[in-house]
Each structure stands twice: as C-alpha cells, then as structure tokens.
Design a protein around this ligand. Sequence first.
Ligand SMILES: [Zn+2]
Ligand SMILES: [Zn+2]
Length: 227
Amino acid sequence: MLGALVDLLLPARCPGCEAPGPGLCADCRDQLVAIDDPCPRCAGPLAGGLCPGCHGAGLPHVAGVRCAWAYAGLLAHLVGEAKAIGRPWAVRVCAGLLPVHDLDDIDVVVPVPASPGRRPGPHLGTALARRAARAVGSPMRRALAHTRHAEPQHRLGAAQRRDNVRGLFRATGAVTGRVLLVDDLLTSGATLAECAGILRRAGADEVRGLVLARTLADASGRRDGPR
Ligand SMILES: [Zn+2]
Ligand SMILES: [Zn+2]
C-alpha cells in the first residue's frame, strides 16, 4: 500500500534507465520494437504483402486489429511491472504507448475484463481502454465479464488457449454500434476472438481490436507472453 503511494507521488524517472523526468526518455522509447507494416487483420508483421499469421483471414469476429509494439525487451518489462506487480507508474507509461491516433467511428470502447481474483491495483487492460475512450471521444463500458476462473494463457499452446477461453466470458448486457475491444497483449488472438464473438452476439455491428503489444513467433516458432 505504501509502495503504491510512493509510486504515485514520487517524481517519475525513466523506467528504462532511471534518467530523471516523467515517463520513458527518448533513448528508451527508441529501443521499443515497433511492428513494421503490421497486418491490418491480425497485427502480425506482413511479409511482402502477405500475412504469414492469418493469411489475410484475420481473427474470427474481429474486423481488424491495431497494435504498434512487439512484446519484447523494455516493453515486456513495463508490461510485467504493470500486470504482475500492478505498479501505477507502469500502467501510466503503458497507456501512453497505446496507438490511439486515427481511430474513427467508434461508438463504445470495451476492455477485456480483469481476471477474477487478480491482485489489487490498477488493471492494465482497463486503463488502456480508458485511454482509448478519451482519445476517440466515446464512452468506455465494461460490457464483458468472466464466467469462471481459467488457466493463465501463457502456460498453454495455441489449441489449448482456444479451449481455455471458450465460454470464459459473458456479455453484461446488450451492445450496439461499433465496438473497440481493448486488451494489453495479443498472442494467439484467442481471447480477442472469443470476446468479439460475444459482443457480436450481444448486438455489436462491428468489433475492432486494439492491443498494446503482440508477441511475435521467434525463429524457433515459440511464442511468449500471457495471452
Ligand atoms: Zn530511459
Ligand atoms: Zn494477418
């Protein structure tokens, strides 16, 4: 509790190199790994105009995904501080890195909800959704809730991730219009697709995804990250 208060009140230092000043310094920001030329459907890196991830099909129920950063290096560290430890400054820094420019025609912003029983403190996904809602000038609504506990996604392979999230969420009421669905991380896209399907069945005309960072398969094809 005291730690969280100190976090909130002390003048910020760069979380990458501890240089004085608020938020990430320019040098550390330059170290973040951007996804060059992301696929508009799944936000994976395109290879010569083709998407090796989704082959242009995208994620089920999702009209498109916006994501700027690869889940790696300093950003993975920041997300860890924000999620696992719940540090308010890390949540703020991550929210500032969300690519919220030029998001048009959004009626409502919906976060992927916090897991039941998670540690207290600010929830990264909800903070990101709040930031997106401010940027697009539309309300944020907690239109999704969990139905049960689930295994953390990062322990599972792609097929298991789909099974793990099936039936994991429910709509809290009817949804209308165009929805921006916000989450912190995308790995297989199973969580985003499951949530988007529920929002569509609840009445959404269209669901677009916005995520802070995406895991990218490395040379061995292994994927890291919680979702
Ligand atoms: Zn720095
Ligand atoms: Zn794709």
